[in-house]
Write a protein that binds this ligand. Sequence first.
Ligand code: MG
Length: 276
Amino acid sequence: MKKSLFASFMMLVSLAAYAQPQVVAHRGYWKTEGSAQNSVTSMELAAKHKLYGCEFDVWQTSDGVLVCNHDGVIDGIRIEDVPYAKVQYCKMSNGELMPTVAQYLREGAKYPHLKMVFEIKTHKNDERNASVVDNVIRLVRELGVQNQVEYIAFSKFICERLHKLDPQAKVAYLNGNLSPKEVKALGLSGIDYNHSVFKKNPSWLKEAKECGLEVNVWTVNGEQALKEHAANPYIDLITTDDPIVLKKILKGGKKNKDGKKGKDGKKNKKNKKARK
Ligand code: MG
């Protein structure tokens, strides 16, 4: 009896928590002075602005060191083809050294409320992809940040291996070419698709919810597009380069404690109903 009451309570808590989409800063919060995409600063700023999550991109050097950078090439050097010593002094656009993933996660662990949305880039072959996943899982466990990390990848191979090695981890597929049912069949926890994918396949949002998959949409920028996506009851997370704009939109749409409308006059009744 106690157990079922507790389960009902937890369900209510989780519904309340998901009444609005969560904000994920795409490559961190970088659109501000002194920051840069994938820098430790961009992650710290996302944490300080109390965002739900901070997305970042990961490559592995030829000697197995994981680093944060969006492109596979930095200063003309292809990261996966060289040992770490060749790229360790490469800088981000804010002057920070390109962080290793270990540094990034250690700093992120200082902000336990922040989810680190960990994108593993597709490397040159699946032998390399397997080695990257194995090293990622090992490092995340060593640092004890499993609860703060949520994985995303374009490679189906990478997603499946992540799920196999850590069945408890959240893993979302990015590539947009599989239906929610197909992603569910792989055992993954979510889809993280470009907004154009949902335009082409509008039924996938509902299908994803019916399958119990979490839905993340990227990269939604600009006030109008953010407002439209924020009002969509099927979307759980929005990945954006404008996280503070989205945060303000969500704050405006939230009901006050007394149930009155927020600043923009919208209640979220529709959202809550559809999510149940
Ligand atoms: Mg990315």
